[in-house]
Design a protein around this ligand. Structure first.
Ligand code: ADP
Ligand code: DP6
Length: 539
């Protein structure tokens, strides 16, 4: 059977409540973003649930959960055909588009030294610039002469790179408030995918201070850098990320990790612990940092050696970071709540903690040891819960279901037989470990004179941990006034979302997703278009 429809009378409506699209406009929108020979990679944002500050020093470990918030990089040639005279060129072109920021920048890249020169006056993106330079240098460093010829041809076609960050990376709280919408996840989901980014107005202290992106704290720069590096390395043929599983995939991920860490550290101007890039590459895991020398020695070498040689050495360097499998036990969910009290600057918080370590080495090392032990205890309790779930699934399921409906003091009353009791005791053990971590983080903050868990967050976290079905809550990473996290049991996340909304806290749409960097089959804007279609009608 075929149905005749006058195409110009068809109207497609999107869930985002935006303007209806005619089919012609839809086709133009899809056509416009349909990629030819494009490689699309995505990398997740993260939440560091344990290990803030202490993971800066080996061998202290942290638990980092990757999320369903993803950054995308689309890489394709800028020119379809090679121009006849291009063999004489020693430069190629790079176009970098950031639609959410309304930015487009053009660069020339030297094929000898991989130096980038910005030829348009648009504001620069150092994370992407270093990602491009180091990925291209990695290709030269790893290819033999035959492959270098093919590489040269591909490079001469230029690069057209588009970067897109999922809405979850940015704060839309002000927008929701100004539109008079309720502070709920439903309001957040009404915002169209890959929306324009709200910029915080500059504070006026420095005349030329750049407006800052209003962020939710999921590590946008690490996810962005990793997505660009992965897309480029795949595009150039240095790695093949489409073949999943096995040792070869792990080796490919390690190459993406090394080049991303290098680009991120150099662009950021500091060698941090690297957990945010690590989770963007490998997904959720337990992380122990790499020795910073592997990057600092490369930083020195860059001044005297060709980049290709430096990158070759970095790829063979002593990368001693450790990652151990970790994910939340079954039937547990990660939630984030944005209190709307503004973000804090991690480098200055880290600087204050380092000063305290110098000025009071004995007390600070005691606190660090206690914190590290408390982090290990929480990890052990969560791992034990995963094991108990695996071995006693039915009992585990019913205990979690019962506990999800009441406050923690009542959990023990729900059980009688041995296994259920062990499960509840382990849940309470995890809670106690989190309370201990929070206490020690507050102590560290007071001693260093910085708001790691400030009073307003303490009140919010205490109230959160009293909501029925909430296992634990805390300030992620470096702490401060950013969004807080909670781990909830079963379906109790809905209780928490409502409780937060009543406290003027916006529950974000972010959830744990253990998937690290990956290659995507299609432009994420096309996926979002098709999943966003709510109805088609004929007018
Ligand atoms: N969608 C985007 N397109 C281009 N650049 C972006 C986008 N989102 C964020 N950025 C850039 O990424 C960087 C974020 O880095 P930073 O402020 O250190 O954040 P984070 O702590 O999340 O890593 C900023 O330079 C910002 O301008
Ligand atoms: C203090 C830290 O241990 C954790 C910082 O954690 P955040 O999750 O706050 O990360 P940023 O994205 O860098 O702001 C510093 C570090 O390990 O890099």
């Amino acid at each position: 059977m075929s149905v005749g429809v006058d195409i110009d009378r068809l109207v497609v409506l999107f869930d985002d409540g935006g303007v209806p699209y005619s089919p012609t406009a839809i086709l133009a929108r899809i056509d416009n973003i349909q990629e030819v020979m494009a490689v699309i990679a995505s990398a997740p944002g993260k939440v560091l649930i344990t290990g803030g500050y202490v993971i800066l020093e080996r061998p202290n470990a942290g638990i980092v959960l990757s999320t369903n918030a993803r950054f995308y990089a689309i890489v394709k040639p800028l020119y379809d055909e090679l121009r006849p005279d291009c063999w004489a060129w020693s430069w190629t072109d790079l176009k970098l588009t950031s639609p959410q920021m309304g930015r487009e920048a053009m660069y020339k890249m030297s094929l000898k030294h991989f130096i980038l020169q910005c030829t348009s006056s648009e504001s620069r993106n150092p994370f992407v610039e270093y990602a491009v330079q180091y990925a291209v240098a990695a290709a030269y460093a790893t290819f033999d002469d035959n492959k270098k010829d093919a590489l040269q041809k591909l490079l001469l076609k230029g690069f057209d790179i588009t970067i897109l960050g999922g809405n979850d990376f940015y704060s839309y709280r002000n927008e929701i408030e100004s539109r008079g919408l309720p502070l709920t996840p439903e309001s957040l989901s009404s915002i169209p995918p890959f929306s324009s980014i709200t910029l915080n107005s500059s504070n006026g202290e420095k005349e030329n201070s750049k407006p800052e992106v209003a962020k939710t704290g999921l590590g946008s720069s690490a996810a962005m850098t990793t997505a660009v590096v992965a897309a480029l390395l795949n595009y150039l043929g240095v790695v093949d990320l489409e073949v999943y599983g096995g040792a070869h995939h792990e080796e490919n991920l390690d190459v993406v990790h090394i080049i991303s860490q290098m680009a991120h550290c150099i662009a950021q101007g500091k060698v941090g612990s690297g957990f945010d890039v690590s989770s963007a590459v490998y997904g959720s895991h337990k992380y122990v940092r790499f020795s910073p020398e592997v990057i600092s020695s490369a930083q020195n070498a860059i001044r005297v050696l060709p980049l290709e040689e430096v990158i070759a050495d970095v790829l063979k360097g002593k990368w001693d970071h450790e990652r151990t499998k970790f994910s939340l036990p079954p039937l547990m969910n990660l939630l984030l709540g944005e209190p709307g009290t503004g973000g804090s600057s991690t480098p200055s918080m880290v600087g204050a903690v380092k000063n305290w370590q110098k000025s009071n080495p004995q007390k600070s090392s005691e606190t660090w040891k206690q914190l590290s032990d408390a982090n290990t205890t929480l990890e052990a309790q969560l791992n034990l819960l995963s094991k108990l779930a695996q071995e006693n699934w039915e009992t585990y399921k019913s205990v979690i279901y019962n506990c999800s409906m009441c406050q923690s003091e009542k959990w023990i009353e729900q059980v009688s037989e041995a296994i259920s009791l062990e499960i509840v005791k382990t849940l309470i053990g995890a809670r106690d470990a989190m309370l201990n971590i929070r206490f020690l983080m507050r102590e560290m903050g007071k001693a260093a004179g910085i708001p790691i868990e400030p009073e307003s967050q303490t009140q919010l976290l205490d109230a959160t941990m009293n909501v029925p079905g909430v296992l634990l809550a805390g300030v992620p990473g470096a702490g401060g006034f950013d969004a807080v996290f909670a781990v909830t049991l079963g379906d109790s996340g809905n209780n928490l979302t409502k409780a937060w909304s009543a406290h003027n806290v916006l529950a974000l749409l972010v959830r744990e997703d253990p998937r690290g960097v990956s290659i995507e089959n299609s432009d994420p804007r096309i996926n979002q278009i098709s999943s966003g279609v709510s109805s088609v009608r004929i007018e």
